[in-house]
Design a protein around this ligand. Structure first.
Ligand code: LHQ
Length: 266
């Protein structure tokens, strides 16, 4: 059984973390499979959007702690491992690739998202969650600090007070509270989550994906730009969007009172 399932349907590459008995905790092998899925997402023009979810009752419980069992590693003389090296090799490129992908990424958080699993969810462009899902900055409980983008996403999306309290306590945040605070886009009844998420991802895939890719980059760049730089980026972005066939098609479809047929980059 593969630890990551990737299936293309109606322009959406649906990526399912598939170790349900471990709440889809990340292993080195899973990172390898995720790299392959992202290669496909980057290279295949038929992939116009991504949908990421988890199999079973959890979304992702972060790093598989059994891979870093201190007892076994002490016996082997390999404790302590360089935890930062694992981040540089696996997690940091994963988060950066998702954020750098010029295609929309929807994450459907079907259950508990803990540690790097929570912050992996926040690397999606639009995050939906089941009402029963929880987000846990679990790191503090094992003597680590948030990683996989947690110290970047939380203060930006929530402000420093909430970011620090979530990180320092490791208390769970309900999906409803996360939606109320603007950390995620929406919370749905458990039974409705996948239909809602697939509907949204397919809608994005059928949309003006070239423009969506551009706006993703522009909105993310705002975190480090001043207003003048951002206005210039908007002008450069619009030059690119306006030169793409989707722009002509969008305006013509409006004038002809019909649904647009966007081609994206495919
Ligand atoms: C697990 C895990 C798990 C293995 C549940 N590993 N088996 C990056 C780089 C370098 C170093 C380290 O870290 C990182 C990034 C990180 O992500 S650090 C944070 C790692 N994650 C955690 O500390 C979370 C650990 N898990 C939990 O706290 C709980 O399992 C949560 C709150 C997620 C869910 O609790 P429950 O709903 O009560 O489920 P459970 O605890 O019963 O878990 C179900 C099974 O999954 C269980 O196995 P079992 O054989 O008893 O059925 C767990 O052992 C296993 N599992 N998380 N991370």
């Amino acid at each position: 059984m593969t630890s990551v399932i990737a299936e293309l349907c109606e322009g959406v590459l649906e990526i399912t973390l598939n170790r349900p008995d471990r709440l889809n905790a990340f292993t080195a092998e899973m990172h390898e499979r995720l790299r392959e899925a992202l290669d496909r997402a980057e290279e295949d023009d038929a992939v116009r959007a991504l949908l990421i979810t988890g199999a079973g009752r959890g979304f992702c419980a972060g790093q598989d702690l059994a891979e870093r069992d201190p007892r076994a590693m002490m016996e082997a003389g390999t404790w302590p491992p360089d935890a930062g090296a694992g981040l540089r090799a696996n997690y940091n490129p994963l988060i950066l690739r998702l954020k750098g992908l010029p295609k929309p990424v929807v994450t459907a958080v079907n259950g508990v998202a803990a540690g790097a699993g929570a912050n992996f969810a926040f690397a999606g462009d639009i995050v939906l969650a089941a009402r029963s899902a929880r987000f846990i900055q679990a790191f503090v409980k094992i003597g680590l600090a948030p990683d996989a983008g947690g110290t970047w996403f939380l203060p930006r999306y929530l402000g420093e007070a909430r970011a620090k309290a979530l990180a320092m306590t490791g208390d769970p945040l309900s999906a409803e509270q996360a939606a109320d605070w603007g950390l995620i886009w929406a919370c749905h009844d458990d039974a409705a989550l996948m239909d809602e998420s697939r509907g949204l991802a397919r809608r994005l895939a059928a949309g003006a994906t070239h423009a969506i890719g551009l706006m993703k980059g522009a909105i993310q760049a705002a975190a480090s730009n001043d207003l003048a730089a951002q206005l210039e980026l908007e002008a450069a972005t619009q030059t690119l969007a306006g030169a793409h066939p989707d722009y002509g098609e969008g305006v013509m479809s409006f004038l002809e009172k019909r649904a647009p047929r966007f081609g994206g980059d495919g």
